[in-house]
Design a protein around this ligand. Sequence first.
Ligand SMILES: Cc1cc2nc3c(=O)[nH]c(=O)nc-3n(C[C@H](O)[C@H](O)[C@H](O)COP(=O)(O)OP(=O)(O)OC[C@H]3O[C@@H](n4cnc5c(N)ncnc54)[C@H](O)[C@@H]3O)c2cc1C
Length: 374
Amino acid sequence: MFQRSIIVIGAGVIGASVAFRLARGGAKVTVIEAGNAGGGTSSNTFAWVNAHDKSPRGYHDLNIAGMAAHRLLAEELDGGWYHVSGCLEWRGPAGRDAHVANVGRLLGWGYDARWITADEAVRLVPSIDPAAIGDAPVALFPEEGWIDTSSYVRGLLAAATALGATVVTKTRVIGAAWAGQKVVGVRTENGTSYPADMVVNCMGRWADDPVLPEMLRIPMDPSYGLLVYVRAPDVRLDRVLFTPRCHIRPDPSGRILVCRNDAIHALGPDAVIHAAMPEATDLIGEASRVIPALASAKADEVRLGIRAIPADGLPAVGPVPGIDGYYVAIMHSGVTLAPAIGSMVAAELLDAGPEAALAGFRPDRLLSPDIAQA
Ligand SMILES: Cc1cc2nc3c(=O)[nH]c(=O)nc-3n(C[C@H](O)[C@H](O)[C@H](O)COP(=O)(O)OP(=O)(O)OC[C@H]3O[C@@H](n4cnc5c(N)ncnc54)[C@H](O)[C@@H]3O)c2cc1C
């Protein structure tokens, strides 16, 4: 039987998910990763699994598919990476109307959400200062959770490898091999050529890297987010908190992760990131207004994440018009979406036909026709 040979560029949550499903579907898979597996945005993320405030409806539904796929995959591979912890959300005065409207919309769509009192919130998470909630309405989202992304990437790549996939790390792809308008493989910086029937770009934030010719790049609008890890052994926290001051969750390292998931920091790739930086201290200060026991905590580690956001904010998943042998899978909210995207991409590439759920997310909407024809 003909075995399709497929190269996956990038071993983040998306590349690992695509590689696993392709290998399970019978393809001969080679993953090529510039750094360490899972070392890109997938290890510098808040990793909250949710379909919480995602619009339009098709994007919400795709995230719902991601949440469902996480449950199934964690059972299938016995993965301990998925923590269905639930999430508590409240907002400040300026955001309350939008919060109430969003929860109403989610309930209308059948999403598992419920209003709880501040007392109930504090019963669920006793370390919260009730004054931080005040009279704000609090929503509980019981089905949401978070992922240990390192364990996820490791688990999926191990499963893919057991099915015959090859994972090559510390090897940057620096170009494509062509036969006319068809991509027939990639070249790497160490001078090796890898032939393939299909190349899948799972390069995340680097999907517009000039190492690719212009017609293979996805226009991106990346932004930066700061992640502050705090050691606070006295604080018991087993849920995601989405508060107007910051976002907080437990971390598999035993530390607490504090982030502004929605914030865009004026830090660039050259920013010097260190535990004593004022932005980290400020973020811990905000967190201590929610959990007073964090008041004396110091940053144990600070990371800068780069969001892999295609130019219009929505995922870009599918072939590039006019180019055979090439497919892209680039998105923000990739932690939530990864297992569903892995299955959908593999189904499309292994000839199951177009996935209806991806119809609104094709890359052609982002590409100038001139570039595709070039
Ligand atoms: C601050 C922050 C908070 C976030 N919070 C959430 C959240 O709460 N929930 C959620 O669902 N999502 C969240 N995200 C988004 C999510 O983390 C990303 O969408 C996801 O990690 C992207 O995964 P990926 O596999 O596409 O990219 P990556 O993990 O970046 O993987 C891409 C890989 O491609 C490799 N690569 C790049 N160029 C080359 C090349 N030329 N050759 C070979 N390899 C190459 C890179 O080294 C990298 O390892 C957040 C992101 C940030 C930054």
